[in-house]
Design a protein around this ligand. Structure first.
Ligand SMILES: Cc1cc2nc3c(=O)[nH]c(=O)nc-3n(C[C@H](O)[C@H](O)[C@H](O)COP(=O)(O)OP(=O)(O)OC[C@H]3O[C@@H](n4cnc5c(N)ncnc54)[C@H](O)[C@@H]3O)c2cc1C
Length: 488
């Protein structure tokens, strides 16, 4: 779909918003607008103070669903592009404002936990509630959502649902798509929709999935209801094993999962990746990490199965307390992000990731193909300081591969994305697609992976574009995200 172009100028757009929401809810400061034009995380140009793309007309902080509806009504009538935002931890360009005079609609002031229901085991939160705050509140009551992405200290409920996020305990609790019971969203034109909370239904297609993973390209999510589980960390059992080959680790995960066990954490790290996390004990090997969790008898049964799994496999054992300690320090808050940005600036060095998924039978092929192609084809392979991968989310039919790559940048800040990130990302994405896998496991398509959206979906791309045409007919929602930006 070609992007819409508003006949209004930025001053009149910002003025209309001030009239609609009041001056406290409208930000037009130069620095804030520039920062809002890019994903805030790891944008190498932004770290150097370079903002080449279109700068939004204003950042809005609505306080209610009615205010979001008023903004989306205005946006549709006046063809103004809207970029929804909550925690601002997007990594794939989803927050980039690629259309002149967009409105960044930030839901972070809609931050009330509306209900916690320990009988029906649900919690309802507005889109701007931080997951960390929700989890802390729930854990104090012996409950948990089971959701724990590494961005937990910063990410908020709206963005977590919009990106189809997944957390470290996914093998037991699932991704956010398994947790959302119901939700409220606002569509272009101001249409408010609420999908009610029921345990299950067979009333037509599951319309929650129109919203979950829509990355701000169809609607603005205002409220989310998620399932709750009992929080019983006292039953957790942590395991670490060193194995010689990455494929050996994958085979162990596959055997455990397909036998029907559901450890909450189920991972294997290649030696290069393991060095970043487990330098003290990895001994140059692949590291398998498993956590048994749940009611005591289930956690114990899972732990027994893990012990049995490694009985006949060559391995070395890692003390579980080291794995537990690592987990307790895994999440990233603003301090870590700021430190990484400072290091990028000082050392012209950047670390990036691309996560994909594939069936069990192709995991080793994909791992070998990506490693081989990057080492032989990538023109700047000499600048790579690290190339590795881990599998961190497993399913009955397959797993994800999360490739990690660090490089020293021997180019100008503006060239970095073209010279390094794009070609590396392209090798991983195209190899995943070639192996019949998905080009994106959990970070979303954003704007960086849109060249492959059609190939990802094949003949089902018809369904995806149908949603865009039906719900965002004038193309005002997060143009260039999920759907490639077409020339006007
Ligand atoms: C250090 C770090 C670690 C991470 N770890 C993980 C991880 O373990 N698992 C994982 O899945 N992801 C991870 N991510 C990616 C990211 O944090 C997640 O995708 C997260 O879900 C984004 O939430 P947010 O509130 O920050 O959203 P934002 O960054 O604000 O937005 C993300 C996308 O969602 C859209 N959006 C935001 N709010 C709304 C709304 N209310 N309605 C409609 N659309 C909206 C935006 O337009 C954008 O496209 C990580 C990112 C970082 C920086």
């Amino acid at each position: 779909m070609a992007p819409s172009r508003s006949p209004l100028n930025r001053r009149s757009i910002a003025g209309a918003m001030t009239e609609l929401l009041g001056p406290d809810a409208v930000e037009t400061g130069d620095e804030q607008l520039k920062a809002a034009s890019v994903d805030r995380f790891k944008k190498y140009t932004a770290v150097h103070g370079i903002y080449d793309g279109p700068i939004p007309a204003a950042i809005l902080y609505p306080g209610s669903t009615a205010e979001v509806a008023a903004v989306l009504r205005f946006a549709q009538e006046n063809l103004v592009t809207v970029v929804p935002r909550t925690g601002g931890t997007a990594t794939e360009g989803g927050l980039e404002t690629v259309i002149e005079d967009s409105l960044v609609v930030d839901g972070s002031r809609m931050n009330a936990i509306l209900s916690i229901d320990p009988v029906d085991m649900m919690a309802t939160a507005q889109c701007g509630v931080g997951l960390a705050e929700l989890e802390d509140t729930l854990r104090a009551q012996g409950l948990t959502t089971g959701h724990s992405p590494q961005s937990k200290p910063l990410a908020q409920m709206g963005g977590l649902v919009a990106t189809r996020s997944i957390g470290q305990f996914s093998t037991l609790y699932g991704g956010i798509e398994d947790m959302v019971v119901g939700l409220e969203s606002v569509f272009p034109g101001g249409q408010v929709t609420r999908i009610k909370n029921v345990p299950r239904r067979a009333a037509g297609p599951d319309i929650r999935h129109v919203v979950i993973g829509s990355e701000g390209a169809l609607c603005f999510i205002t409220e989310v209801t998620v399932k709750l589980f009992r929080y019983q960390p006292e039953n957790n059992r942590y395991f670490g094993f060193l194995v010689d080959e990455f494929a050996d680790g994958i085979a162990a995960l596959r055997e455990l999962i397909t036998a029907g066990y559901r450890p909450s954490v189920c991972r294997v790290y290649s030696p290069e990746d393991a060095r970043q996390h487990f330098a003290d004990f990895y001994q140059g090997k692949n590291v398998v990490v498993l956590v048994a969790e749940g009611p005591a008898r289930i956690a114990d049964a899972t732990a027994d199965a893990i012990e049995e799994l490694f009985c006949d496999r060559p391995h070395e054992r890692v003390d579980g307390s080291r794995i537990q300690h690592w987990f307790e320090n895994l999440n990233w808050g603003q301090d870590q992000i700021d430190a990484e940005k400072a290091a990028m600036l000082e050392h012209s060095h950047l670390g990036y990731t691309t996560e994909v998924s594939v069936d069990w039978s192709r995991v080793s092929d994909l791992f070998d193909a990506v490693m081989g192609r990057i080492r032989s084809e990538f023109g700047r392979a000499g600048d790579l300081t690290m190339l590795g991968a881990h599998s961190s989310h497993s399913y009955q039919t397959g797993t994800n591969l999360y490739f990690v790559y660090d490089y020293t940048i021997d180019a100008s800040p503006r060239e970095e994305i073209e010279v390094y990130h794009k070609p590396l990302n392209a090798i991983i994405v195209t190899e995943a697609l070639r192996m019949g896998g998905s080009m994106v496991h959990h970070h979303g398509i954003g704007k960086y992976r849109t060249p492959w959206t059609r190939e990802e979906h094949g003949s089902a791309y018809y369904l995806l574009t149908g949603l865009k045409h039906a719900f965002d007919p004038r193309g005002v929602m997060n143009a260039g995200t999920i759907f490639p930006l077409e020339p006007r």
